[in-house]
Ligand binder design. Sequence first.
Ligand code: GLA
Length: 439
Amino acid sequence: MARGEKSEMVKMSVLMIVITSSMLMTTSRSVQRARDVDSEDSEIVRRHLLANGLGVTPPMGWNSWNHFSCNINEKVIKETADALVSTGLSKLGYNYVNIDDCWAELARDQKGNLVPKKSTFPSGIKALADYVHSKGLKLGIYSDAGYTIIVSSVLRNEYTLDSNDCLVLHRYLTCSKTMPGSLGHEEQDAKTFAEWGIDYLKYDNCNTDGSRPTVRYPVMTRALMKSGRPIFHSLCEWGDMHPALWGSPLGNSWRTTIDINDSWLSMLANADMNEFYAEHARPGGWNDPDMLEVGNGGMTKDEYIVHFSIWAISKAPLLLGCDIRNMTKETMEIVANKEVIAINQDSHGVQAKKARMEGDIQIWAGPLSGYRVALLLLNRGPTRLPITAFWDDIEIPPNSIVEARDLWEHKTLKQKFVGNLTATVDSHACKLYVLKPVA
Ligand code: GLA
């Protein structure tokens, strides 16, 4: 064999070894993941585990937590449903009315069922679901993949006496520690939710038994499927173990971040973290950077516009977190922007990514149906700055002539653009365009 051929053979062998070992590594990682999910199920079953047909576009609606925290009751929920209809928001797609933590009694009933808190939900959750459904809306509820036993319960008065005068120690299970979680009760709770007519479950991650979320979450997925009712499954795992990598067979959305708060920095931190997983979002399973704060008062109008714009182009769930019954005109203008909502709900279902970053300026872009592109020019800094997006950074063919629609100004720019687009953007503000190649 000639020397040249021999060295080619050696190169090929090395290449084969590299390919084979990387395949083996990938396989062993997948096998590990598969074991975590369920050692008995076949690949096919797992792949199709969450065949509930929900979340074809990101969910839209409202959730009680960001504004009301634990201060919820059936009146607030009903009035919110009424307001979603009377403001016209439900017609724009905001149709989930989601009750967060703190809706249940501390203790389950004697059969182990969850019990709606009598002081705040006296009519029960089924009646509330009927009411919400009668408005053409859907009802969501909250539980948690955890439990913990409070050992000092007697000292802290965290106990009750049952009908036989036996001491019952409470299991504090959700994040608020005011109601039980579902770990160990998944089938029973999923059945209860289905019987009540629940349409959406946010499944949280506090007070667990230390087992991995990849072990705990599939149990609830299976329980929901067994319940026979299609229930949107929102995995609230906070990104602890990168749920974007394993969430799609188990949930319709997965939190990628810690809790948002009503501030510019928290909002941007969650947006950044969520962007990291952009490749994993798709119809049926979305990255979730947490619920909206628009209208809660902690940010300026421009900052809320940035917040809503990033959530929209990121194909994030658009779950309003303010008091819908008392929204200002300004808040309404932001969350009812039909063109921005349309980006979020676009049939293409592709999450936008950062195309370029330079200091305080960022260019985010993502493809839309009809060969269009969503473009966000973001100024995170303290001064007004010009920002330029170049076609080759945002995947538009270099010579295309492009029409630009400004979604916050509600106007199509007269000028056509070739190769790039520049706009001057205020501090802590953004410009959001839909670009359409016209030649
Ligand atoms: C966790 C979740 C929040 C909210 C609270 C309720 O912190 O991440 O979104 O549901 O629990 O206690």
